[in-house]
Write a protein that binds this ligand. Structure first.
Ligand SMILES: [Zn+2]
Length: 296
């Protein structure tokens, strides 16, 4: 999982609040709520729309805690209409899902770092937005910025679905950075010398949050369908030894102004800095393997 809490996200969050604040407060559905719930929304609107993930979880708990009705879910349907993700995604005239997608500008799914999440307005190609806290159990968080994770359809609709993930047990793409908590590695398949398997490096203990995340999104299984990415790096190592970048720098790019980080990107198709990992697929995988092969 790639952490996506960057400068663009901070700007996108402010725009999100400014654009949606009054819209929510002026929603026609708000009038059908009892006054204590109207006041709850008015008092907490900024936190509901832009509170951090931990605050969001607490807000939803408080929403249920203050219910005066015996049926604590009595107003959920109305709340979902007020914080309507469906309307937000269908809206064409005002601030909508397309705008949010452009503002956060994440190119690859933060969960898998494999599938594209770019927004191509011309063909209505846009990423899914995963509700980290599912709308079914967290109705008040339908439009919360940190509850809308740009993601690919596979991660959102096949693996994550409407599972409730507790922040204590699962990493959140805006909150956690787990990149240094594990390393990808590889091993040769026992049956064939030409086939390699991608595995997790067992030298360092893998934190629970990482293993739960890997399990939920089937990262190792899916990455193994792309084991040729690793195979190519091993081939490069065999052909050029670990001097591949030095040879490129001294020969192919000799005399050209190419920095070490640019050279890395040109040679391997991924960015060197983890802050840029969401711009290209398999960034962490490739960097870990290149380090293991002593090529960087
Ligand atoms: Zn994905």
């Amino acid at each position: 999982m790639i952490n996506i809490n960057n400068k663009e996200a901070s700007k996108a969050k402010i725009i999100h609040l400014v654009e949606l604040r009054n819209k929510v407060l002026k929603s026609q559905h708000i009038n059908s709520l009892p006054s204590y719930l109207v006041n709850f929304i008015k008092d907490n609107i900024d936190d509901i729309l832009q509170g951090n993930p931990e605050e969001l979880a607490t807000l939803n708990t408080n929403y249920y805690r203050i219910q005066k009705s015996r049926n604590r879910r009595k107003y959920d349907t109305t709340i979902r209409k007020i914080f309507s993700y469906k309307n937000f995604s269908k809206n064409k005239k005002e601030y909508n899902l397309n705008d949010l997608s452009n503002n956060v500008s994440i190119k690859y799914c933060p969960y898998c770092n494999r599938q594209s999440t770019v927004n191509v307005r011309f063909n209505s190609i846009k990423p899914d937005f995963d509700h980290f806290f599912p709308q079914s159990k967290y109705p008040i968080l339908g439009l919360s910025f940190y509850n809308l994770i740009p993601s690919c359809t596979i991660c959102n609709s096949r693996f994550k679905l409407s599972k409730t993930l507790r922040l204590k047990y699962y990493p959140h793409p805006y909150l956690d950075n787990i990149l240094d908590d594990f390393r990808f590695s590889y091993k040769y398949d026992i049956n064939s010398k030409n086939t390699i398997s991608i595995v997790l490096d067992k030298k360092t203990p893998i934190p629970k949050k990482v293993s739960k995340f890997m399990e939920l999104f089937k990262i190792i299984e899916i990455y193994n369908a792309h084991n040729d990415e690793v195979f190519d790096l091993i081939k490069l190592k065999q052909i050029y030894t670990d001097r591949y970048l030095k040879i490129l720098s001294a020969q192919t790019y000799a005399g050209l102004r190419v920095s070490q980080k640019e050279l890395y990107r040109l040679a391997f198709g991924v960015y060197y800095d983890s802050a840029d990992f969401s711009n290209r697929p398999f960034s962490k995988l490739k960097k870990d393997i290149l380090e293991e092969l002593n090529m960087i």
